[in-house]
Design a protein around this ligand. Structure first.
Ligand SMILES: Nc1nc2c(c(=O)[nH]1)N(C=O)[C@@H](CNc1ccc(C(=O)N[C@@H](CCC(=O)O)C(=O)O)cc1)CN2
Ligand SMILES: Nc1ncnc2c1ncn2[C@@H]1O[C@H](COP(=O)(O)OP(=O)(O)OP(=O)(O)O)[C@@H](O)[C@H]1O
Length: 199
């Protein structure tokens, strides 16, 4: 790691801390979450995907599951009904890998190695579309996560690559965000104001 990588990593860490604090104290989270749910539902209309990967919200993250559950139900009403499926991440702390397991409302859950709820004993599914939670995001579609590198590592190995969509509140936008060499840009970013990437 050269000097500039070390600097970027340190900056990311400080940024993560302040953005997380800000997100936990959002005064208008409900209104913002409502707006983002609508943005998601509209954005999903016309997408060909049948399997979508998402996440169980933690630390003040936006909850994508209500909008996705409605997307799943809408799938039963289209011309050629397909069984739409939603998956949640299951991480392997030792190998630092992440896979997706089927989830449905009321699905039995258990905690993963980081204390995040994950589906208990449901089948592995392979999403063609992935909603990734953003602590922050910057120009060019770059995402700041919790520092585990799970998304970047998974995307570096998956073939074909799923279409990746970052979700975050408008307050997570960082104008001068500097990505590191391993950071892969997202294909799209949605926030409570609408589609903010690609611009
Ligand atoms: N809701 C949700 N679920 C998710 C993710 C997510 O971002 N959101 N993940 C997306 O990847 C995976 C879990 N990612 C994680 C990444 C880092 C740490 C973690 O322990 N981080 C250290 C700090 C690391 C650092 O700052 O250098 C810690 O909290 O102590 C935990 C989980 C899978 N599930
Ligand atoms: N493609 C990769 N191959 C190997 N290691 C990687 C790769 N991508 C990321 N990493 C490792 O993961 C660490 C954390 O990455 P980064 O800070 O980008 O995580 P993040 O995207 O914020 O976290 P997360 O995806 O878990 O929410 C990096 O310092 C790096 O060592």
């Amino acid at each position: 790691m050269d000097n500039s990588d070390e600097r970027k990593a340190a900056e990311k860490k400080a940024l993560r801390k302040s953005l997380l604090e800000q997100r936990l104290n959002l005064p208008d989270r409900l209104q913002r979450a409502d707006a983002l749910q609508q943005v998601m539902r509209i954005w999903l209309v016309g997408r060909p995907d049948v399997v979508i990967g998402a996440y169980w919200p933690i630390k003040g993250e936006f909850d994508p599951l209500p909008a996705l559950h409605r997307w799943k139900e809408d799938g039963e009403l289209v011309d050629q009904p397909q069984l739409r499926r939603i998956g949640l991440p299951v991480v392997d702390k030792v190998h630092k890998t992440m896979t997706f397991h089927a989830w449905y409302p009321g699905c039995p859950m258990e905690e993963d190695a980081y204390g995040i709820p994950k589906p208990k004993d449901t089948e592995v599914i392979v999403p063609t579309l992935l909603f990734a939670p953003c602590v922050g995001y910057g120009p060019g579609g770059y995402r700041l996560g919790y520092g585990g590198g799970f998304y970047d590592r998974m995307l570096a190995t998956l073939e074909p690559k799923p279409f990746t969509v970052g979700l975050g509140f408008g307050t997570g936008f960082v104008e001068d965000f500097e990505p590191e060499a391993h950071d892969l840009p997202l294909d799209a970013i949605l926030n409570d104001y609408g589609v903010v990437w690609p611009v």
